[in-house]
Design a protein around this ligand. Sequence first.
Ligand SMILES: Nc1ncnc2c1ncn2[C@@H]1O[C@H](COP(=O)(O)OP(=O)(O)OP(=O)(O)O)[C@@H](O)[C@H]1O
Ligand SMILES: [Mg+2]
Length: 238
Amino acid sequence: MTRTFNTGGPCNPADHYMLPSIERLPMVQQLIDQKLYFVLHAPRQTGKTTAFVTLAEALTNSGQYTAVLLSVEPGDGLRDDVGQAEAAILREWTESAREDLPQTMQPPAWSEAPAGAQIRTALADWSRSAQGRLVVFIDEIDSLQDQVLIGVLRQIRAGYRHRPNAFPWSLALIGMRNVRDYKVASGGSKRLHTSSPFNIKAESLTLANFRRRGRHAVCATHHRDGPSLYPRGQSPGV
Ligand SMILES: Nc1ncnc2c1ncn2[C@@H]1O[C@H](COP(=O)(O)OP(=O)(O)OP(=O)(O)O)[C@@H](O)[C@H]1O
Ligand SMILES: [Mg+2]
């Protein structure tokens, strides 16, 4: 099948001409190797999901990590029903892992846990059984609101000190806002009893721009593949 320039949703190298993604995350490998938790925030449609899916594949292929991008978007719209939001999120995680990870790296069946503890229990069980270091990139964190957002952040904070045996080795929250703004989005930080809703983060990062040489390289590939949409020597402004 011929590849195309994609503008609808995340890119994948089998179907789309792509610029190198991992070089847009220069500090991230170091943070992961150091067993740290961090936040990546950047505006809509800047390539966040594409970059972290690509990085997760590379980490998994390295043989050192079980790395996966998991979305919490199914919790969108469930402002206060924490249990229902957690169940929807965990169903999505099962499907994502099935698609993105090999059979031997699948999470265990999620064990029963009360509302407000299901995410922590799931990540703890998976960390205990994972081959290698479990690395989790939690995408669309901004889609959660109010009690559901607070509940997820609180569970991650609670599990953090048990890593790497009983919680992910490294974890990132990926969204549009910096983490210090989450307390505004979740109606104030008082209910968290802390000045920061995610004070275990080592860094808040944003995405580096695509590099010019990457644009030229992808256009050269496009020219080699057949009739071109772009004059030779020019590149699309991605
Ligand atoms: N490595 C890449 N090479 C070429 N184009 C890319 C690349 N990464 C992202 N894009 C472009 O950006 C668009 C959005 O990518 P992606 O869905 O990964 O971004 P996002 O920041 O996660 O978006 P959203 O905020 O909507 O979730 C893609 O449809 C594609 O047009
Ligand atoms: Mg995305």
